[in-house]
Design a protein around this ligand. Sequence first.
Ligand SMILES: [Zn+2]
Ligand SMILES: [Zn+2]
Length: 297
Amino acid sequence: MRSPVPRFRDVERQASGLQPPQCLPSCHERQSSMWFIKDACGIVCAIITWFLVFFAEFVVLFVMLIPSKNLTYSLVNGTLFNSLAFLALASHFRAMCTDPGAVPKGNATKEYIESLQLKPGQVVYKCPKCCSIKPDRAHHCSVCKRCIRKMDHHCPWVNNCVGENNQKYFVLFTMYICLISLHSLVMVVFHFLNCFEDDWTKCSTFSPPATVILLILLCFEGLLFLIFTSVMFGTQVHSICTDETGIEQLKKEERRWAKKTKWMNMKAVFGHPFSIAWFSPFSTPDHGKADPYQYVV
Ligand SMILES: [Zn+2]
Ligand SMILES: [Zn+2]
């Protein structure tokens, strides 16, 4: 039976023993121009990611392509590798510096809830940690200290949560890293085959031991990245197609949202209609003008 007045629930029940902080009006929240999480571990991981991409760039260019005698081979592979590496880093930057879908902090005030004009019996979920009205499918992230809409997971490698607004950039980042890893491995194999019986001094500007060490390090990095990003890419595509975030799959949450086709779900993340913009980290997908606050009755 429905109660005559709207009901309020604290979602984080384990924290219910603690008195949640006094909810202040949302106007106290400062609107910063760029989203950036100040988490030491995440910043270190993001720097390592960029460093590893630049290391791969260095080995590919200065050990393999520039000393190569075949100019066409160097130009084609150099252009392809650099373009993919640039897209990977641009995707990483956008995944890191895009608001993943943070819910306004501290908006769970009496005045705000009254202004929503809820129907009798409607249930509003409140996050006791960030004092916000929690939309359906939002989860609180302890690193970002915010509730994030359609939060998939918090990724330290992009120093951000993967949520409704930046999932496209995260998927592109994993895809481009996967492609440059594969490309660099193929080039290393060709380089070894070409230089194995040739004079090593003509194959590289570095000494033979330095060349071998750099190429082995690149192989190791390429293999590691290839495995990690291909698994991540597959998992992300699966969760987009099934419209179920990583957290929802983990918690085996009951589906409360409408089931759509795989293609519709893809368009919801990458934009409508299908175009080359799906593959561009510079194109911001239109996530629709739907009301971000959907309440569970
Ligand atoms: Zn929260
Ligand atoms: Zn987070």
